[in-house]
Design a protein around this ligand. Structure first.
Ligand code: GTP
Ligand code: MG
Ligand code: NA
Length: 343
């Protein structure tokens, strides 16, 4: 492979948006899973992470016109809740991502938590693209999930195209009210300054390949430099969870660097930093959700970017939402503790 890009890590992509716009369903469609069906009240209440490897991306973007080569090793996708009461989880989930997918229900347009998400993304200068989801809800929409979305749209009846245009134009105005310039991706020639939108259906699959291809393309152009793998550890605690048989574990996003069995880690805690040792690094299979009980595989070492469940002693008072550090030598422990306390 091309030497200049062979050391790229997977981008961390956060999926955000108002409740019930279809964030989890979009990931279910990509993963061939049914996570959403198992959620209490159909509502996401935790942050999740899923590794989508290159072979899955290749397989699911076959229909995309002018598809580019894939240089990144995959996508690490973070699912967040859209319900208004989980603002802290949206903030945590999006705090360390490279880019976001903002999901908008095409029939509803911008909603309160869409706007809240936009403001979080703006604050951290996180770039994003927009999935205009539930396009299958347009009256008389004909699904063609094996086609490029532009070909699928071209085959729709005139009244369907009119309704689509009307919805899209309304949403463009709503984004403009938030100070943002958005365009349908196939009309967008300046992806650095204009935000791209893609119509999708998580149920029928329309536009899903185009959505994935757009994310990959954005990463490989605008974000390329940022995605050069670095040994400098960048690791964030997503969730603290008691698991039967394992005790209290932490789910982390490892964005750069590596974690090894036996590493001395310093973890943020409600009563101050916790110093402990990695007793296990667990990951689900690719295409499986970290937050759902799946068979995990144990690793001796994991290199970024990955979502990992860490087993270690004394994690009962660990705190989600902050950085995890590794002390390579005894005398680094106090420095790490001070660093975590200062955060
Ligand atoms: P929260 O995580 O709770 O914020 O919701 P979410 O954004 O993850 O949405 P979810 O995946 O739970 O989907 C909400 C509802 O919309 C479910 O009943 C889905 O079946 C439905 N849905 C999602 N995507 C589509 C779509 O593309 N078309 C149609 N018709 N229904 C959809
Ligand atoms: Mg969800
Ligand atoms: Na939901």
């Amino acid at each position: 492979s091309n030497k200049s890009t062979s050391n790229l890590r997977s981008p961390v992509i956060c999926v955000m948006g108002h409740v019930d716009t279809g964030k989890t369903k979009i990931l279910d469609k990509i993963r061939h899973t049914n996570v959403q069906d198992g959620e209490a009240g159909g509502i996401t209440q935790q942050i999740g992470a899923t590794n989508i490897p290159v072979n899955a991306i290749l397989d699911q973007t076959k229909m995309v016109k002018d598809r580019k080569n894939i240089q990144i090793p995959g996508l690490l996708v973070i699912d967040t809740p859209g319900h208004e009461s989980f603002s802290n989880l949206r903030s945590r989930g999006s705090s360390n991502c490279d880019m976001a997918i903002l999901v908008v229900d095409i029939m509803h347009g911008l909603e309160p938590q869409t706007i809240e998400s936009i403001n979080m993304l703006k604050k951290r200068k996180t770039p994003f693209i927009v999935a205009l989801n539930k396009v299958d809800r347009l009256y008389e929409w004909k699904s063609q999930p094996k086609m490029d979305i532009t070909n699928c749209i071209a085959l729709q009846k005139k009244n369907v195209i009119n309704e689509l245009t009307e919805k899209v134009n309304g949403i463009i105005v709503q984004f403009a009210e938030q100070g943002l310039n958005v365009k349908l991706y196939y009309e967008n020639e300046d992806t650095k300054h204009w935000i791209s939108m893609v119509p999708t259906s998580a149920i029928s699959g329309d536009g899903m390949g185009n959505l994935m291809a757009l994310v990959v393309q954005f990463c490989q152009t605008v974000l390329l430099k940022r995605l050069m793998y670095s040994e400098q550890l960048q690791c964030n605690v997503l969730e603290v969870k008691a698991i039967q048989g394992l005790g209290t574990t932490i789910d982390v996003i490892l964005t750069n660097g590596r974690l090894k069995y036996g590493d001395t880690i310093i973890v943020p805690g409600v009563e101050g930093p916790i110093v402990t040792h990695v007793k296990g690094l667990l990951m689900p299979e690719p295409m499986k959700e970290l937050r759902v009980k799946n068979p995990y595989t144990k690793f001796n070492e994991v290199r970024a970017a990955q979502g990992i469940k860490i087993i270690a002693k004394d994690l009962d008072k660990a705190m989600a939402g902050a950085s995890l550090l590794v002390a390579n030598q005894e005398d680094e422990i106090n420095i790490c503790k001070a660093e975590i306390q200062a955060e």
